[in-house]
Structure formats: C-alpha cells, structure tokens
Design a protein around this ligand. Structure first.
Ligand code: ARG
Ligand code: ASP
Length: 694
C-alpha cells in the first residue's frame, strides 16, 4: 500500500445498499456471512475461515511489513506476496554487480536465501470485541478530547496486560464504525524473513506505470520469502541457527484454473476506506483535493520523465520515487472520474435529505447539517495542508533538512549516504520552481505566507529564487556537504533549504492544528451519524466497518466488465497479451529475451489453460483496497488460485463508493507464478515443498 493516507479527512461513505459483492468483513463475525458465501459457491465453513480453537485459513495469511498482505504456501514457511511489496527488500540487496531488480533473484537452496533486517510478518492470533473494556469510565458529558484520552488509557492498559513479558506479541485496539465499537487484535510477529525469489522487473513490474491501475493487465507481480523461527518454532531475530517456520496452516495451490462466475475469496489487510462519508467529504476529495494533488504531481512527473529519458543513471535513481508519486497520482484521477460518473455527491445529498426528514425529533436531528458545517470550516485548512504536502514537502533538500535536524553524526552519515545515492539536483530544482510557482496560484493570495511573499518580491520569481537557494544550500551539493565540519547543526539551521522549510512549515502548522481539531469534532459527529445510518437503514440491513489495516474477508466472483459503450473486457489475460505488448523500445514493455524464446518454442510445461495458453492475470468482483496487495485469492474449496495486486481504473472510487458494474480487483494467476518460477527462475525445486490440487 504505497500511498499517503489522508490523516485529516475522515469520513464515513456513500449510501448504498450492501449490494452484490461489496464489503470487507470481519473474520471473527464471518458466521453472519457464511450463508451468503455458501449460496454463492463457497464449500467451507465459518470455522474453516477463522477459528481460535483449530487451525484455520487465517493462520496462513499474514500482514507483510506494515502495508501489504502475504500467504503461506508450504509447510516450511514459504511465503508468497507481490513484487511491489518486496520491492524495497529486493532493491536493498541489489548492486551494480547483482542487480536483482533488473535480473531477478532466485535462491537455489536454503543457504542462499537473503535475510532482511527490519522486515516482519504478523499472524493474527485472535480478535475480539472489547468495546465495554475500552469505554469503561465513559460519561456522555465528556468532551471528545476526554473520550480520546480515556480510550487511549484503557487501550494501553489492555494491551499491556496481554503483551507484557511476551516479546513477539503485538496487540492493537482499533476503532470500528468511528468508535461505536472497539476491537482488540493480537498478533504474533516474526522477524527473520528471507528473500527466496523474485522475477526480473521486466516481468514483476511488466507494464510499469503505463499499465498500473489498468485492465487488461499482464504484470507478474510476485516475490517469494521464507519465515524462519528458532528451533521451537518461535519468533526469533535473525540467526544462522534459525530453521524454516512450520505454519499451522498453509494454502494448497490450485492449478485447475479459473473461469467466469467462479467464487473468489480474498483474505488480507485492506488499509483505508471511507464508505459512509458525507456528500461534502466526497465533494472535497473529488473536486478539490484529488484534482489539486494530481495537478502538482503531473508537474513533477513531467520533470522526472524528461530527465529520466535523457540519462540511464537518473532513470535508476528516480524509478522508485517516480513509482511512488505516479501510483497515487493515477489512482486519484481514476477515483475522481469514478465519483463523477457515479454522481456520488448528488446521490449522497439526496440520501442526506431523506435522512434529515427521518431524523426529526430523534437523537440524530441536526447531525447531517452539523457535519456539513464542519466540512465548510475545514475546507481551507485542509486544502492548505494538502497543497503544503504536495509542494513544500516534495522539495527533496527541504525534506532532507528536516530529516537531519537533531541527528547525531552516525545517523547523519546514514541519512546522507542514502539520500545522495538517489539525488539529482537539476530535477529537484526544476520541481521547486514549478511547484512553488503553482503554489502561488493555488493558494488564494490572502493566505500566502509572508515568507513566500518576501522571497518572490526579493527575487522576482520562483526561478531566480531557486537559483539562489540551490546555489547556497549545502544540501544541494554533496561536495559542499562533505566539507561541513563539527558545527554542522548550526550550518544546517541557517541553510536556505532549512529556512525555506521551517518558514513554510510555520505557516502551515496552525492550519494543520485547526484541521486536526475540526477533525476531532467530525469524528465525534460521524460516530453519531454512522449509528444513525445504521438505524435509518432504508433498504439496507448489513454494514461492514471501514478498512483499517485489520484482517478482512471479501468475497465475490470472477467477472469481466464493460468500461464503456461497445467495449467488453474478458476476465483473464494470457502470455499472448504480453507478447502483443512486447516492445524492446518501450521500457515498460521490454520483456526478457528468454520469455520471447519460451513463447516461440511454446515451452509452457504444465502451466497452461484449457486452450494451451499460459494464464497471467484475472479480475473479480472482490472489494479490496491498498494493503490488500499480496492477499491470497482463494477458490470455493479454500485453495489458492492467485495473488491480489491491484484494481481496475474505472473502479478506483471503491474506497468511497463501490459500483458492482465497474469495481474489479486484479490478481495474478498462481499458474503464471509457477510458470515463471520454473521457466525463468529455474527454481522448480521449490515445487517439492508445495501441495497442488487439480
Ligand atoms: N496500483 C497498485 C497499488 O496500488 C500497484 C502499485 C505498484 N506498481 C506500480 N507500477 N507503481 O499499490
Ligand atoms: N495495489 C494496492 C496495494 O498495494 C491494492 C489496491 O489498491 O487495490 O495494496
């Protein structure tokens, strides 16, 4: 889930009946859904999905790092996730001599598996409703701040009582339905996680930014890791003596294939949705926040692209940065388009009108109007925070100046080393000029910071301002940086990049604080409004809590869609599509020669569909979001058929408004994973530890 979660704008969503396959369900309450799941084809029981008494599917699913999902696929701790989830680890092990990002990496035996400091995976041991414990001592007369403090205190006590003396246990208390309910989640965390395999990026990231968030898709987005444990199967820090972890449960891999209509079940950790949000929140996101953030990112991406096309070295330096900027940039555009198309603002306004009528005389009277007025108060503050984060905070040397402030020498050396490895000053400077010019236009002049006005007045424009700032800042020049002596703290403080950052931050901070306090009030109001929505119900009877990076079940089925008049997209893609896109002159579509040769020779082995083609990706109606990347895609028998990694362009508004006609998740067919392991990785020895079903 490489995206910035808006910390400010909270929301509940739109107002639909829990249609079709919408919903991210809590596993411990899945007995409420199991009837529907079984009616749609699922053959297992609620206990098979989640149980605290016996091994269940939940024991084969993990939170990978703090933003992706992954699943166990062998009795020896073998773990499958996305290439983009393991990207940082693959990159860390890469050097000019061993460019694993470019060439791929395959351990040929256990001793070649590579440890990854800092990477953890978490198993959910159990979850439970702890609302009464968390709200113990609550009085309705309390202010929101008092309630927040109480919740924090009670949560900490509860967490302490569980994790005290248990080094590998991690517990969190999460608010559901805006704090109408609280759940405790207890995780067992493993920290010796080794890289086993990854395809070359020309397969694992095939299609790059061009195909990202799109269907038809052909990205081989997977990587393999292995969990290690001590000799008693307990979590342990990395040690050469550790042994492969023996999971309670792992997935069998189904090679039987998928077809339209098949039941699919995603089990993973979706990060953040706002499915019950007020029309004003939707309007802000789709008409103000998304478009202005997109505009600022477009400017930067154009500059990135120009320089990256001129130099191979710069392309490598900025590839991760670009991927990060481009991912949300593209998603926000799809989200805006989807919300407009669905007329979510209007639909929600009409719902709110009916709600207001219904609420008259009840405890919910006035709540919709109050939220509306809070959003109006919030808007300018929130906008300033958004623009600040997409302009000032994107200036690399400004961010660096903030990052190094107060660091000791060792930490400093570390930070600077990794910064300059991937820094190209002309890009940073050009971006500064462009975004700070745009900043002046986006922020109404009444709100311009004095510092900004002074600089523009002094230099005439952002370009001449940048000439001076980048010429004088030690952060902009590694040679100058090397000459900074023991008085570095002082030098840094007076550096023009620090001054720029600090002055702009001083201006933004009051707006951030104001936005936070309005948000606390919104949170409180949403708690009431959410309850009201559930009471009001209209024709809707089931609700699911917004995603919050806790384990969820979403179920649906394999299904194509019609993105616009006259077009129908089939639900699966094959290697033939890769060959059709293949173009040695287009970076995103330049596949390894080996893959061309395999295709020409039709050397596909057993990994083919009924037409003799190698399947690559498929789409389905499961409700997913950022964080679901790497999640297992499971068939009616509980076997693994794929790995989730993305959504289709026309359905990216599903975080706010799920449309069963357009919202599709994109998964990698597990047979393509096996094909690549065997034919490109030459690592089919790994099949020995897997279990296959037909
Ligand atoms: N869109 C997917 C997600 O949101 C995949 C992102 C990684 N791939 C990329 N080309 N940036 O995370
Ligand atoms: N690509 C996303 C992830 O990394 C998944 C999504 O947003 O659908 O989690």
């Amino acid at each position: 889930m490489k995206r910035i979660i808006s910390i400010i704008l909270i929301g509940i969503t739109s107002i639909l009946t829990a249609t079709a396959d919408e919903g991210m369900w809590l596993p411990s309450l899945i007995s409420q859904r199991i009837g529907d799941m079984q009616a749609k084809g699922f053959k297992l029981s609620a206990e098979d999905i989640y149980s605290i008494n016996q091994a269940s599917l939940k024991d084969a699913v993990v939170l990978f790092g703090r933003g992706c999902s992954a699943e166990l696929i062998s009795a020896e701790g073998l773990l499958l996730t996305n290439h983009h989830c393991g990207y940082a680890q693959i990159q860390k092990h890469s050097s000019v001599e061993h460019d694993y990002l470019k060439d791929g990496f395959w351990a040929m035996n256990r001793s070649e598996e590579l440890p990854n400091e800092g990477l953890t995976v978490s198993f959910l041991e159990r979850m439970e409703d702890v609302t009464s414990v968390i709200l113990k001592g609550y009085e309705p007369t309390m202010t929101e701040d008092e309630r927040i403090n109480l919740v924090r205190h009670n949560s900490n006590e509860l967490i302490k009582s569980i994790t005290e003396g248990e080094k590998s246990l991690r517990a969190t208390v999460e608010a559901l339905y805006y704090g109408n309910q609280y759940f405790l989640f207890i995780y067992r965390e493993y920290s010796d996680i080794r890289l086993v395999g990854a395809p070359p990026s020309s397969i694992g990231k095939f299609g790059g930014e061009t195909d990202n968030w799109m269907w038809p898709r052909h990205t081989g987005d997977f990587s393999l890791f292995r969990i290690y444990a001590d000799k008693d199967n307990n979590p342990a820090e990395y040690s050469a003596d550790n042994v492969p972890f023996k999971p309670k449960k792992y997935f069998k891999l189904s090679t039987a294939g998928v077809k339209e209509g098949d039941f699919t079940f995603i089990y993973g950790f979706p990060g953040y949705t706002q499915e019950y949000i007020h029309s004003e929140g939707v309007r802000y996101v789709s008409e103000i926040s998304d478009p202005s953030k997109v505009a600022l990112r477009t400017i930067r991406l154009d500059i990135f692209n120009k320089h990256m096309s001129q130099s191979q070295a710069v392309r490598i330096q900025y590839s991760t940065k670009k991927a990060r900027v481009a991912n949300a940039w593209k998603k926000w555009q799809g989200e805006t388009a989807g919300i407009r198309k669905m007329k979510t603002v209007k639909t929600n306004q009409e719902y709110e009108k009916r709600f207001i009528e219904w609420a008259k005389g009840s405890e919910y009277e006035g709540i919709v109007e109050h939220i509306d007025s809070l959003y109006r108060q919030l808007e300018m503050h929130h906008f300033i925070v958004d623009v600040f984060s997409e302009s000032v905070q994107t200036v690399e040397i400004a961010r660096l100046s903030a990052q190094v402030s107060g660091q000791d020498k060792d930490a400093l050396r570390h930070i600077l080393e990794s910064f300059y490895k991937d820094y190209y000053m002309p890009i940073d400077k050009e971006c500064f000029i462009a975004v700070m010019t745009e900043f002046g236009k986006m922020i109404p002049s009444d709100y311009h910071p004095d510092y900004y006005k002074e600089q523009i007045q002094k230099y005439g424009n952002a370009a001449i301002w940048a000439d001076s700032l980048f010429a004088e800042s030690v952060f902009a020049d590694i040679e100058k940086m090397k000459q900074v002596g023991d008085n570095y703290k002082d030098v840094f403080l007076h550096d023009p990049a620090s001054q720029f950052y600090l002055n702009m931050q001083n201006w933004a901070l009051p707006h951030l604080n104001k936005a936070r306090s309005i948000n606390r009030e919104l949170q409180l109001s949403y708690r009431t409004y959410m309850r009201g929505q559930m009471d009001f119900a209209e024709d809707r009877t089931v609700y699911y809590p917004d995603a919050n990076l806790t384990l969820r079940v979403s179920y649906g089925h394999i299904k194509g869609y019609s993105p616009s008049d006259g077009i129908y997209y089939h639900p699966s893609s094959t290697l033939t599509g890769i060959i059709e896109k293949d173009n040695p002159n287009i970076f995103d579509y330049n596949i390894p020669q080996e893959l061309r040769d395999i295709y020409a020779a039709k050397d596909f082995g057993r990994w083919v569909n009924e037409n003799g083609e190698v399947p690559v990706c498929f789409i389905a109606t499961n409700h997913t979001t950022g964080g679901n990347s790497g999640s297992p895609v499971i068939n009616a028998n509980g076997d693994l058929i794929g790995i989730n990694f993305d959504r289709v362009w026309e359905g990216t508004m599903s975080d706010i408004d799920f449309d069963p006609d357009f919202c599709r998740n994109i998964s990698l067919d597990v047979r393509y994973v096996l094909f690549i392991i065997e034919k490109i990785g030459k690592a089919s020895y790994l099949f020995d530890e897997m279990t296959f079903t037909e």
